[in-house]
Design a protein around this ligand. Sequence first.
Ligand code: SF4
Length: 444
Amino acid sequence: MNILTVHAGNVTIGGGSPIVVQTMCNTHTSDVEASVAQCVRLYEAGAQLIRLTVPSLAQVESLREIRRILRDKGIFTPLVADVHFSSEIAIAAAEFVEKVRINPGNFHKDHEKAREQFARLVEVCKANGTAIRIGLNHGSLGDRITNLYGNTPLAMKEAVMEWLDMCVENDFYNVVVSLKASNTFVMVEAYRLLSKEMENKGVIFPLHLGVTEAGNGDGGRIKSAVGISSLLSEGIGNTIRVSLTESPENEIPVAQYLADRYDHKLNSSMVSLILEGKKAIATYIAPSREKLLMDFACDFGKRLLDKEIDEVEIRGTYQENGEEVVLDGSEYAEYLVDELMQAARRRFYRPEYIACPGCGRTMYNLESTFNEVKRRTAHLKGMVIAVMGCIVNGPGEMADADWGYVGEGNHKVSIYKGKTPVLRHVPEDEAIDKLLELIEKAED
Ligand code: SF4
């Protein structure tokens, strides 16, 4: 399988290179100082590519300034401009950044018009050696595709193939592709379908893997690990981003673990495995709680997702603060199993949360709001609740959520029931109460 080699500045993706770890700033790109400071921290944490959102042409100039300052500091980490709706912004940024991410779902609705816009972008990228990521998300599939294929992994694959065919038509191969979803099953299936199709066609673009809106804490880490490791273990995936609703610095060790594990630089701390029918009993001797969590998610996520096993039990020990903690029969062991079953969509023991990582479009404290929503909705087992940073992409990206809390900016929030906004312009300090009231009313 010859995967194309993509060059984004000094980083090589695909073509047999090690897995590239990347992340995204959650600062406002217009705040050059804060963005530079965060980029420096991300570089120091080990990010190999750093993405920044570019919502307007004015912010193209901020991005140019951020890049200039970083280069002056001797930091040459390639920068990626994240562009959603405007081909003009993508074209302007492509003149100087190393990579541009576009969301095809948000390009022009008229396919012919979109083709023209894309051809212009490709010309600029060719002239400047800029790479493109075609980043399609489950939540932003267009009506034309969903009418044909439903809201399915197949639809995601078909939609992105149209764009990859355009790359080939334009003789442009400096392209990475992603098909992210918040649902691990949908995400894994979509990438598998795409990988197979590219192999059949004989033009294999490198893949950027990620589980979108994975949330935060242990749940976000386990969900990301289940989706990403299922694919990396099959040799699918060349660059990864773990999206957490936390500081982006926190994403790097999780992503680095996954890259190292599937580049065969580290092993699981599992010391024995017993299979009794479709139940696995695993024993670990783990050096830390963090490693135990990641090892367990990677060892059993794919087996659960693919229904190779139905149950898993975890035993053994891990180290915490210099002490050995025994897992056998503990509440923590039960919690880890519950979280893994939920991430692999086999059993829902709590609500399913969808929360974006936040970016320069977020106008409120996403992380603390999300934690508060989690605290107050913890009893709503099985319900899908989304907390999204912005009204521009949030409603589209929150996919199959039952309820959504979506920041509008100006300290206001929209509350969604499914895809419908049921309350708009709710002041931020009343919004969680209103969300709870609406849910309770609907449950009555
Ligand atoms: S949904 Fe979240 S991550 Fe996506 S553009 Fe909006 S604020 Fe940024």
